[in-house]
Design a protein around this ligand. Structure first.
Ligand code: SF4
Ligand code: SF4
Ligand code: FES
Length: 260
């Protein structure tokens, strides 16, 4: 193993400010991850050529690949810094912020758009008060297993970073919110809002925005079945659209009254 870890970080001093590279070198310790490397830089923010600089800023929380906050581009691949082990990475390290979210500072980005998308698709189980509602309806094992899988999404943004259809400037909702819409549409209680969820995904920036490039599924750290989830929601949207068309046809025929 090397005595030192060399890294370069793509930095930015604030929203809208230009990005620039800075290089650091810190002593190697066994079992380090990218967060502990950044913490070493934070304790002694001196560049490789001896200049004292502002400490590097990044986001993190759980440190066990559950919150998604530490997502960044590490050696060209979008992933979580907390589960990126130095012994398994090529050195020197190259760290960049995700590019599909506005940069707040250095490696810290604003993922609010993802949370707004979850609000758009009503990704929750509505409850009427906080009293004990008793045991909910039972779910078939196959549905439960899929729901458990989908519930592991940590809103990390990897799928959106990799998606060619999701850009900084467009409004495409992206794979994560679509599969959360499926999760809550399959839930025995939350499915009472199924129609609203499907309708929230029927505009041009919803389900039709997906070009089926399948990059999302390649990068999801939780290996979620994103492409299948998108196809299932697309089928539900088609069925819903046909039903809506037939219902509106029946209503206008009834409204026209008897001929003659
Ligand atoms: S399948 Fe492709 S276009 Fe659709 S959400 Fe995934 S990466 Fe984006
Ligand atoms: S679907 Fe996967 S890649 Fe996308 S936000 Fe959820 S955990 Fe991250
Ligand atoms: S700190 Fe939560 S996923 Fe890395």
């Amino acid at each position: 193993m090397p005595d030192r870890i060399d890294l370069k970080v793509l930095r930015c001093d604030g929203p809208g400010k230009p990005q620039y590279w800075q290089e650091f070198s810190i002593p190697y310790r066994p079992n380090m991850n990218v967060i502990s490397v950044l913490q070493a830089v934070q304790r002694n923010p001196v560049t490789k050529d001896g200049k004292r600089v502002a400490p590097v800023v990044w986001d993190c929380n759980c440190l066990e690949e559950v919150c998604g906050a530490c997502t960044m581009i590490i050696n060209g691949r979008v992933r979580q810094a907390c589960s990126a082990l130095i012994d398994k990475l090529e050195l020197p390290l190259e760290l960049r912020p995700m590019t599909k979210f506005p940069t707040i500072r250095d490696l810290w980005v604003d993922r609010q758009r993802m949370f707004n998308s979850l609000i758009r698709v009503k990704a929750w189980v509505p409850i009427d008060g906080t009293y004990d509602l008793g045991p909910g309806p039972q779910m078939a094992e196959e549905k439960r297993a899929l729901a458990y899988d989908l519930s592991r999404c940590m809103t990390c943004g990897c799928c959106l970073e990799a998606c060619p259809q999701f850009t900084l400037t467009n409004q495409f909702v992206g794979a994560a919110a679509i599969q959360q819409a499926l999760l809550f549409t399959s839930h025995p209680t939350a499915q009472m809002n199924a129609t609203e969820r499907i309708e929230s995904l029927m505009g041009p920036d919803g389900l039709v925005g997906c070009g089926n490039a399948q990059n999302c599924v390649e990068v999801c750290p939780k290996e979620l079945p994103l492409v299948e989830s998108i196809s299932t929601m697309q089928r539900k949207a088609i069925v819903h659209g046909v039903k809506r068309f037939l219902t509106s046809g029946r209503k206008s025929a009834a409204g026209a009254g008897p001929a003659g």
